[in-house]
Design a protein around this ligand. Structure first.
Ligand SMILES: [Zn+2]
Length: 390
């Protein structure tokens, strides 16, 4: 009987950002394959960049790694995770944002108040875990809370005060319009794609997200702090969406369609949750962007696939390069959100490439096969007889 080549994954499962949209990460597999097939400190190239954790693992293990990347969110994810920031550093950066004034009060207080409810038992005003919505209705039907004072918990019908609090957000059309305008490009008709993405947010969630990215724009802070805040908010953009089933279940959205009953999460809670998500995976390395090519090992270079033939010229010559490909999932939800969230958090210019593709993507298998084919064609000219592909 022929043995089947199989590399088992490490036992540890990590929390990491955007996890429910990315192809799964199995820790240790790439390192083990490189130990068996590569030479010590050989170069590794990932032409798809579908899950940055693999390239971070290889760079951290001592290789010089090249990652093709055109998605600004995955690029941000690579750069921020590579720094291995601690929880306190993220908290400090996010505190700068939440400590800003919004209409005469601290932004943090404003967000807290939007998600308050009354304990049905002891009548204390407490933070709700979130609100349950039925897809076709314009108001939530129930609130979920755990009272820190009397211990009462569970699901209760919303009351007048819960609904009155919703009206605190004022003119929701104004926030929707701001969220839309931030993504529109001249000469490219992507409005209906962006509007489709906006239907995945409640008016309250959109109100908070727009205030958060507007406030981030105005901050005078270091680039590191800005990246950390944008990183946390990218996860918050997902947690704040309505693509969460109620009751909760393991759900990997592929389409932008609302569950029949969904859960609107308290965004204040989502921020703390996002910080924990960004600090679980810790494989650090130096990150550069092409045309800066690292000369040392333990490094990662992000490049655009179009630049691939320029990577290994002259003094950058590769010391034997191997190729690692994890296929992306054809995922309308993730590609649309990537464009929209990049525009909100990193600006229209950074997001332009992703926004442009919104109008062209058909999300079919034919389109997907073509995209894979183009990727493999791109690495052919730089491969040599000793190169191996995993
Ligand atoms: Zn209570």
């Amino acid at each position: 009987m022929q043995p089947i080549p199989f590399i088992p994954s490490g036992e540890r499962s990590f929390r990491y950002p955007l996890k429910r949209y990315l192809p799964p990460y199995y820790s240790g597999i790439l390192t083990e394959w490189l130990n068996e097939n590569g030479s010590e400190n050989c170069d590794v190239l990932d032409p798809m960049g579908a899950n940055p954790l693999y390239t971070l693992e290889a760079a951290s293990a001592g290789h010089r790694v090249f990652q093709a990347q055109k998605n600004p969110l995955l690029r941000l994810m690579t750069e921020v995770l590579a720094k291995g920031h601690k929880e306190e550093e993220f908290q400090k950066a996010v505190h700068i944002l939440l400590n800003q004034e919004w209409h005469g009060e601290k932004l943090e207080k404003h967000i807290q108040e939007l998600y308050q409810t009354e304990c049905r038992q002891c009548k204390a005003i407490i933070p709700a875990e979130g609100f349950i919505w039925k897809k076709e209705l314009s108001e939530p039907s129930s609130v979920v809370f755990i009272c820190p004072h009397c211990g009462e918990s569970g699901i209760h019908a919303v009351n007048e005060n819960d609904l009155a609090r919703l009206s605190q957000i004022g003119n929701s059309a104004m926030y929707r319009s701001r969220a839309l305008q931030r993504c529109l490009l001249e000469d490219t008709d992507i409005q209906k794609h962006v509007e489709y993405a906006l239907t995945c947010y409640t008016p309250r969630a959109l109100h908070v997200l727009v205030i958060l990215f507007n406030t981030l724009d105005r901050l005078q802070i270091s680039q590191d702090e800005r990246s950390m805040i944008a990183a946390i908010l990218s996860e918050v953009c997902d947690l704040a969406s309505s693509l969460w089933h109620w009751p909760d279940r393991n759900f990997h959205p592929h389409q932008l369609s609302l569950p029949a009953v969904y859960f609107e999460k308290n965004i204040e809670r989502a921020i703390s949750q996002a910080i924990r998500t960004w600090t679980d995976f810790r494989e650090t390395c130096d990150v550069t962007a092409f045309p800066t090519i690292p000369t040392r090992t333990h490094s990662l270079c992000i490049f655009d696939r179009k630049e691939i033939e320029d990577l290994f010229v002259d003094e950058n010559a590769s010391r034997g390069c191997h190729y690692f490909c994890v296929f992306p999932r054809p995922n309308q939800a993730f590609w649309t959100f990537s464009a929209v969230w990049s525009a909100w958090l990193l600006g229209k210019k950074t997001a332009e490439g992703m926004l442009n593709t919104l109008s062209r993507q058909r999300y079919g298998w034919y389109w997907f096969a073509q995209a894979l084919c183009t990727t493999f064609d791109s690495i052919e000219p730089i491969m040599d007889n000793n190169s191996k592909i995993f």
